[in-house]
Design a protein around this ligand. Structure first.
Ligand code: ZN
Length: 294
């Protein structure tokens, strides 16, 4: 083995160990194994995410909107998925990020610099990026993430924004992070119009005891904030529940059903949203009742 090769192997091993201490490495390496062939969900909404993190593409008739930015380190896959779906990555005018975590902001820097894509993020997470970039976890990602990116528009609670033919109603639904957004909009296939709903962050990883003590939330207030957020949007009319991660709405199982020629679109279901938000509420209540978490 050449000296250079040995040096390189040493460097790679050190990087692996460094990552392992901070992040579950499996989520950020060998990502091509999680590539998903893009597919049309309904009307102008397409799936261009991987098998873990969702990314939705909306063809607004006046440019493309990406709902979320994909996993850090997976931007080449995102670009490929957009091409494979029959669109051009350079037509992505807007990227709306669900929240400021590494597995959702992957494409932000690249799309902004390469295509001039405007980046949208909930105001509290954007503020954290500005004032406390050290809390963004970007530094935890080693060489996967180079920069804390700039946000072009900070989304506020109740804001309604038009993107081409699609008007999106936004709410801030904090808990998982302070700036998690939720989004609601109409989708049509020309014959039928349904209301889509998206909740931008369900994960409990940031609401467990150790994490909350670490960030100074000794009264665990974040958990009640999360419950309040679920309640806030629970009764929105949602007929098309879009996942933030595939597990939220069984994205891949439904994709299989679509591929198999299922007559009724499995993504269209008027009870799924409420049932899932209730499930998350019950799971949070169980966590709050767990002596080991208090
Ligand atoms: Zn997150």
């Amino acid at each position: 083995m050449s000296e250079l090769r040995k040096e390189y192997e040493k460097f790679q091993e050190a990087k692996r160990q460094w990552l392992d201490k901070r992040l579950p490495r499996t989520y950020f390496q060998d990502q091509e194994a999680r590539y998903v062939h893009p597919f049309q969900i309904f009307g102008n909404v397409w799936y261009v995410g991987d098998s873990w993190v969702c990314v939705h593409l909306i063809d607004t008739g006046d440019g493309l909107l990406l709902l979320d930015g994909g996993n850090i380190g997976a931007t080449a896959m995102l670009v490929n998925a957009i091409w494979e779906a029959g669109f051009k990555p350079s037509d992505v005018r807007w990227m709306v990020l669900s929240h400021g975590h590494l597995d959702h902001i992957g494409g932000a820097v690249f799309f902004r610099r390469m295509f001039g894509t405007k980046i949208y993020l909930g105001e509290p997470d954007a503020r954290d990026f500005r004032k406390h970039p050290e809390l963004s976890l970007v530094h935890e990602a080693g060489s996967l993430a180079h920069d804390v990116f700039e946000v072009d528009h900070e989304i506020t609670d109740g804001e309604r924004i038009r993107f081409g033919n699609t008007e999106i109603q936004f709410y801030l639904t904090p808990g998982h992070t302070d700036g998690v957004i939720s989004a609601f909009f109409d989708v049509t296939d020309g014959r039928r119009t349904v209301r889509a709903g998206y909740f931008g962050g369900f994960g409990f990883n940031t609401m467990r005891k150790d994490f909350l003590l670490d960030i100074g939330d000794t009264a665990f207030r974040t958990r009640q904030i999360y419950l309040d957020s679920l309640a806030k949007v629970r009764d929105q009319k949602v007929e098309l529940f879009l996942g933030n991660h595939c597990g939220n709405n069984h994205t891949l199982e439904k994709a299989e059903m679509l591929r198999a020629g299922c007559k009724d679109n499995p993504f269209i279901n008027s009870t799924e949203w409420g049932a899932f938000l209730d499930q998350k509420r019950d799971e949070m209540l169980a966590l709050m009742a767990d002596p080991e978490q208090n």
